[in-house]
Design a protein around this ligand. Structure first.
Ligand code: 2AM
Ligand code: CA
Ligand code: CA
Ligand code: CA
Length: 271
């Protein structure tokens, strides 16, 4: 693999225009009604034909724009990288919201350098688009985070008792039971909890100060690739447990002054 000389701003422009095209297709497809096409890891883990169509559209457009780059998408499309850059894509993040018509889902596209592994990759550019509201979050490495054209940043650090915490629950039944118990222990300690249903937008909510922090277990690389760069560039620490980067066990995003205490509390309550 040759090292990339890609300009993060060029990558961002490509991601932005493809996300907008995919988002328009998704919103239009929903007008015709949506059905579950298949179940994945469990009966509640669903996929629609629109998830698959969105992935194919994004993959095709990326290949047209940058034929040497790799592709790594939730719905299974994989292309090897000759350039050293790989696109990590969630074609619809928040599929359950999409299915029910809750206007809170996203197209998530990140360009990373290195293997498609969050422990080692270097995120260069990222876009998270809510195609219903038109809100487009973006970031480039070292270039800050934006909502539309406006720079965004996280909220000032707050004590846990005054923190609004976003989270999500796994699809596996046993894990959900544990997570319910952990939430029961967390609720008395915090301002409140939000379960909005779209991991990428939860990370963007941290980035623009709509919540104080976010944590979720059992995420996959495409769930957090773009949102993690956006939250990081907005001033958050985005981490896994024990100094690891985000992984299947935990993705945690918070103010740098709050993250250590929050990690300790999550451990304490068994989150
Ligand atoms: P999806 O809609 O693309 O499947 C819900 O908590 C959020 O987590 C959504 O962003 C959902 O993405 C994502 N997610 C993906 N896999 C998950 C899993 N196995 N358990 C919980 N959430 C998952
Ligand atoms: Ca899914
Ligand atoms: Ca997802
Ligand atoms: Ca998805």
């Amino acid at each position: 693999m040759t090292p990339s000389a890609a300009d993060p701003l060029e990558l961002l422009e490509i991601a932005r225009s493809i996300a907008l095209e995919a988002g328009a297709m998704i919103v239009e497809a929903r007008r015709g009604g949506v059905e579950v096409a298949d179940r994945k890891s469990s009966p509640v883990d669903v996929v629609t034909q629109v998830d698959r169509d969105s992935e194919q559209l994004i993959r095709t457009r990326l290949a047209e724009a940058r034929s040497d780059d790799g592709f790594f998408g939730e719905e299974g499309a994989r292309d090897p990288s000759a350039s050293g850059i790989t696109w990590v894509v969630d074609p619809i993040d928040g599929t359950v919201n999409f299915l029910y018509g809750i206007p809170h889902y996203a197209v998530s596209i990140a360009a990373v350098e290195g293997e498609a592994d969050p422990q080692t990759w270097r995120a260069l550019a990222a876009v998270v688009l809510n195609p219903v509201t038109g809100e487009l979050f973006s970031a480039t490495e070292g270039g800050g985070a934006r909502l539309g054209d406006a720079p965004i940043s996280i909220r000032p650090a707050a004590p846990l008792s005054q923190s609004l915490i976003a989270t999500g629950f796994a699809y596996a039944e046993a894990t959900r039971a544990e997570q319910g118990a952990a939430i029961a222990r967390l609720l008395p300690l915090v301002r409140d909890v939000r379960r909005m249903g779209t991991a990428s937008l939860d990370l963007c909510a941290v980035a623009c100060g709509r919540v104080d922090a976010y944590f979720e277990r059992t995420l996959s690389p495409w769930d957090h690739a773009a949102g993690a760069l956006i939250a990081h560039e907005a001033g958050a620490v985005v981490t896994g447990l024990d100094g690891r980067r985000p992984d299947h066990l935990m993705t945690l995003a918070a103010h740098p002054d709050s993250v250590v205490a929050l990690e300790a509390v999550l451990r304490d309550i068994g989150a």
